[in-house]
Design a protein around this ligand. Structure first.
Ligand SMILES: [Zn+2]
Ligand SMILES: [Zn+2]
Length: 330
């Protein structure tokens, strides 16, 4: 590799002149003979170097973040769109519609929500909704699948890495889930769940940038597929962990779920968790409408189109009386 080629590669990686010498040594020590001309090769080389240097583990979120400066701007916008698409599948779909029955939706909207829920790849609608009903009914006991009293890590992701506590299975069987099984959309999605995940979570997010603006497949797959998926998972998990630990408790100070604005930002409105555990039947999961609550905006927009209806809310007086009786008054 000539010096001029090295110079080109270092500029492409964003190294300043002060780091040029370090970059040269690295390139030589790995004996790379890759002509650095195209974005695809730059991507591979950058990942290779960072992994060899042990800066970041392979397949970590950090590893995928290194691709951000190399991606087409449209790919970044697309990744954000897929993040919201999949996220709303969880929040408006498996959470507020199917788990809580906080509103009703016509068949086209339910079919759309099922595809969005598959894009999030967080178990199918039936399993997700059943686990969530158990979470509300037996919150912070051994029967709660992600019991926050077992610590941040367990409630965040640990509960998915170990066997369920026997109480979770036992109490889960006592719940009536016939309404879920009787919904043909839930039944269909459960039957073809693996295929729907491949299509909506990975194939479409990867192929759209590749086909429409000539993004290379590595960037498209790792950014709109894997990185976006990892961020979506953590946004949902933070509702179970952070929003069960940190924040205000204006509605019921006797429970751990709290109002956490940061969680609401990432989860599109699911961080008003003290309100939600106090009034789980409210379709907005908050008394403040669209404020930091993209999901409520989406449901209202679908209602405007005639697709969502029977949205359940809590009247102001009931909320005020509950705040006076059990809230923190701060
Ligand atoms: Zn809930
Ligand atoms: Zn909760």
């Amino acid at each position: 590799m000539s010096d001029s080629e090295v110079h080109i590669s270092l500029q492409a990686f964003g190294y300043g002149s002060s780091r040029k010498k370090i970059g040269l040594i690295l390139l030589q020590s790995f004996e790379l003979q890759v002509p650095i001309r195209e974005c695809h090769q730059e991507t591979l080389l950058r990942r290779y170097l960072l992994q060899k240097m042990n800066f970041i583990p392979e397949n970590s979120i950090l590893n995928h973040l290194t691709l951000l400066p190399l991606a087409h701007f449209y790919t970044l916008i697309w990744s954000l769109c897929v993040y919201m698409y999949a996220g709303i599948g969880i929040t408006a779909g498996s959470h507020r519609l199917w788990a809580h029955r906080a509103y009703k939706a016509k068949l086209p909207m339910r079919a759309l929500l099922a595809s969005m829920q598959s894009a999030a790849f967080q178990n199918d609608i039936y399993d997700w909704s059943r686990d969530h009903r158990v979470h509300h009914k037996y919150s912070e006991t051994d029967a709660d699948p992600h019991n926050a009293k077992r610590g941040f890590f367990f409630s965040h992701v640990g509960w998915l890495l170990v066997r369920k506590h026997p109480d979770v299975t036992a109490k889960g069987k006592l719940l009536d889930t016939n309404d879920l099984l009787n919904d043909p959309v839930v039944h269909f999605q459960r039957k073809y769940y693996a295929l729907s995940v491949v299509v909506f979570c990975f194939a479409i997010p990867t192929l759209v940038p590749y086909i429409f603006w000539n993004e290379n497949l590595w960037n498209a797959y790792f950014l709109a597929g894997v990185l976006r998926y990892c961020c979506g998972l953590n946004a949902t998990w933070l509702v179970n962990s952070a929003a069960h630990m940190w924040g205000y408790r204006p509605y019921d100070k006797r429970i751990n779920p709290a109002e956490n604005i940061c969680v609401s930002l990432g989860s599109m409105g699911e961080g008003f968790h003290n309100y939600h555990h106090t009034f789980p039947q409210d379709y907005a999961t908050s008394e403040y409408g669209w404020r930091i609550n993209l999901t409520t905006f989406f449901i209202d927009f679908m209602a405007f189109l005639g697709q969502a209806y029977d949205r359940k809310t809590i009247d102001r007086d009931t909320i005020r009386r509950r705040r006076d009786r059990t809230g923190t008054h701060t």
